[in-house]
Write a protein that binds this ligand. Structure first.
Ligand code: HEM
Length: 370
């Protein structure tokens, strides 16, 4: 598709699909021609701050210059210098999650490590008190729950639970934001509470956005890392340091990108690769395909952690480039290091994989350890 029809209109979905790296890059950087505002249907990451259409807006769904107001107050706290300061806390969370696996000979990597780990990290950085962590995790699970059998009853139940979790969590964050105003804590809720830039709803929206954008994506990165190491027979090479962990993380992000696609809406008529896109058209940008574009990556279908300058766009591009990219990288690095230290043997069973495609990962990944 990338080679034959790199910009194509899908008649069924009534949307454009864009596959090439250079085209995806151009759309993501051209805010005058493509907006990040969402349609109600694909408003996955949005939260509580409603705009005049009644739709919920956060930094991820607004364009410059408004975008800068919603992101500027927190940007510094996600830069590499700040992320290094959080590392000891992330290491402590990793130890706790691994301690819960003590004595087991097998466990499901997704349910028992890759899901609880990032949600606990976010809870820690938001400053959620320890006694509310279980409740927090339950809300987070409800927000990201997806139907398993797809029946109408199940879909309705999930929607109701999601709605309820969203309301309870909004109430909880509203209370915490009010309580922490004027405080001097270094947690993200206090940071949001003390900024003059955001309305009360936007502060709550920011807290929920961190949860929505940062959890399932990191879960999938960790799962895809263990999956790829097992598949490529590289687990021991990483354990001994023969292959650099950080390069492995980058190659997993490229090779099995947790976010496979993003949407934008054209707000001007634009010609792209010989096709005429009209204002109002929805475009789907296939990050997963761009990350395997042979014009950019040599042997893109091969997993080669050590042999490429990795210009992948797994975290997007332009002003919406993932706020949590450095945090996610550090989490993955710490998690891999500690997992391989804790277990002399970590064998993932790849025989019955059940991939998730909306955000790319696995439903489960049984592992044997000792
Ligand atoms: C934005 C991917 C982890 C917070 C994005 C975008 C992508 C992405 C592709 C761009 C969205 C767009 O342009 O529409 C990922 C991946 C992750 C990850 C693959 C893990 C492997 C995290 C974490 C956090 C986070 C851990 C926070 C704790 C955000 C936020 C945005 C964002 C707030 C919106 C930024 C903006 O609009 O300016 N992420 N993300 N992400 N991500 Fe991540």
């Amino acid at each position: 598709m990338r080679a034959e029809d790199p910009v194509r209109f899908d008649e069924q979905r009534e949307m454009w699909d864009i596959f090439r790296y250079e085209d995806v890059d151009r759309v993501l950087k051209d805010h005058d021609a493509f907006t990040a505002r969402r349609t109600r249907e694909d408003n996955e990451f949005s939260s509580d701050a409603e705009d005049d259409t009644g739709m919920l807006q956060t930094m991820i769904t607004v364009d410059p210059p408004e975008h800068n107001r919603l992101r500027g107050f927190v940007d510094e706290r996600f830069q590499p210098g700040s992320i290094r300061e959080y590392q000891p806390r992330v290491e402590a969370v990793t130890e706790d999650v691994l301690d819960a696996l003590a004595g087991k000979e097998q466990f499901d990597f997704v349910d028992e490590f890759a899901i609880p780990f990032p949600v606990t990290v976010i809870a820690e950085l938001l400053g959620i008190p320890a006694e509310r962590r279980d409740q927090f995790k339950a809300w987070s699970d409800a927000l990201i729950a997806r139907p398993k059998n797809g029946t109408q009853t199940e879909i309705q139940r999930i929607q109701q639970e999601r709605q309820q979790a969203r309301q309870e969590m909004s109430g909880y964050f509203t209370k915490l934001v009010a309580e922490r105003r004027g405080g001097d804590g270094d947690d993200f809720i206090t940071l949001a509470a003390n900024t003059e830039e955001l309305s009360r709803e936007e502060k709550v929206g920011f807290c929920i956005l961190l949860l929505l954008a940062g959890n399932i994506t990191t879960t999938n990165l960790l799962t895809n890392a263990i999956w790829s190491l097992e598949e490529q027979g590289l687990t021991d090479a990483v354990r001994t340091g023969a292959i650099d962990r950080k390069q492995v993380v980058e190659e997993v992000l490229r090779y099995r990108s947790p976010v496979q696609s993003l949407n934008r809406i054209a707000i001007a008529d634009v010609e792209l690769n010989g096709k005429q896109i009209q204002a109002g058209d929805v475009v789907t940008l296939w990050l997963g395909a761009a990350n395997r574009d042979p014009e950019i990556f040599d042997a893109p279908e091969e997993f080669r952690p050590e042999q490429r300058p990795n210009r992948h766009m797994a975290f997007g591009m332009g002003v919406h480039f993932c706020l949590g990219a450095h945090l996610a990288r550090m989490e993955a690095d710490v998690a891999m290091q500690q997992l391989l230290e804790r277990f002399d043997r970590l064998d993932a069973n790849l025989s019955n994989l059940d991939p998730l495609y909306s955000l790319y990962g696995l439903k489960s990944l049984p592992c044997e350890v000792n």
